[in-house]
Design a protein around this ligand. Sequence first.
Ligand SMILES: *Cc1c(COP(=O)(O)O)cnc(C)c1O
Length: 524
Amino acid sequence: MTRKPQPVLTGPSGGQAWSASVIGRHHEPVVYELSSPGRRSWSFRTTGMPEWDATDLVPADHLADEPPALPEVSERDLVAHVTRLTQRNYSVDLGAYPLGSCTMKYNPKLCDVASSVPGLTGVHPAQPGEQTQGWLRLLVELEDALCRITGMAAATLQPAAGAQGELTGLLLMRAWHDAAGSPRTKVLIPDSAHGTNPASVTLAGYQTVEVPSDRRGLVDLDALRTLVDDDVAGLMLTNPNTLGLFETDIVEIARLVHEAGGLLYYDGANLNAILGEVRPGDMGFDIVHMNLHKTFAVPHGGGGPGAGPVAVAPRLVEFLPGPRPQLDPETNRYTLTTPPRSIGRIHGWHGNALALARAYAYIRANGGDGLQLVAQTAVLNARYLKERVRDVFDLPYDEPCMHEFVASAANVKRATGVKALDLAKRLIEEGFHPPTMYFPLIVDEALMVEPTETESPQTVEAMAQAFERIVTEAEADGGAAARAAPRTTPVSRVDEVQAAKKLRLRWTPDEERSTAARVPSPLH
Ligand SMILES: *Cc1c(COP(=O)(O)O)cnc(C)c1O
């Protein structure tokens, strides 16, 4: 059905007149397009503040000739704009988000409340330690909990993301080898690894050496034996790995690397499968980073900021970033100290402190047994879903999965021409966020699914039925519906090649006409 163009009126002050039905459905203007000269958002008739001249405060030669061209909008229009934008987004609060490896689980509202108390939010990070004992205690107790969960000796809470944690861990690795007087040049990484691993290795000045996976999808031990030598600084490993499989040879892997004088780095971006079950420290790892924004209820994606603390074995503690909050047992006061051979600062102040407070609240609310239940439920949900789609997709590495599994849509592509990308877009119409696609790279037409523990059995079953329905439909219609999907969203299929190659990051008034001309788009 074609839709008649909506009449476009001109507002009293020259701005476009928009109706919520036009913009809500088809086109959301940028805030500049809503702007009208002289329009303001403030509500007070007067603040009682005297008028002031900017030149009193800022030297004249620092002032621009013209004020910056800020959008001038009423509070009402601004709130409507932002509300419409939120309604066009899919979010963890809206429904299941099975984005494998990234862990987009629902975050309990309790953590919002706990991290919003004024006693936490009203403190300036520069306030002296004497006045912020409560904050320092929270950080020390969080560090302690993370060390108990991972089986490590001490941690830095500074890194703001998993990737920054990786860099921190690799700098610790470098500092340790340098201090031992034997600098090394290579770091081993399995071919199933997350893309940030080789990037961090490069940034830390090391050379990446890839370790192949064997037919089980695990580290190929024979290959590892040939690659480990006295120029290897360490091995970075995710366990369970990015195929969702537990590296059952981990003890032997650790022995091989340690015997060659290397260190073991655990990419613990996602601890969902192992909480309370097994600890990286017991597996032989020396350095662990954790993404609190994946496992411990800190929002991420567009909703960051995140936190990527790094925990270490006893022999690496003296190299940790500083200053670190610690309890002085003599005075029973919390203080800030920098380890003797610290690699230095990684982030301002204590890192993203309110993200840390959320994770603290999540850990305290669950307790040890609660965290173990999180892991068990995460694995149960993934295994259930994997068994339910066994007849729908190929399962190239068909070992018992942990918190996520990797299916291949290669069979669907052969039969109907429909690719993993089309299936993912079609799943949006079923009310689910797509799973991770085309990762890990070693699986053809990969769909990496992580239902997470926060979804009910009914929701997980509904996901399975959606997959079944989509593939059955593709077999019947030759993939027409899947290739046209998503047909129910404000923005349909975008040209991803154009989006990547022709970046347009800045809106300029000249483009107003061409964007406005796109209203209305031919949706159903
Ligand atoms: C998400 C993830 C990372 C990177 O974490 P960021 O916080 O996005 O930098 C690293 N490794 C694995 C396995 C991940 O899933």
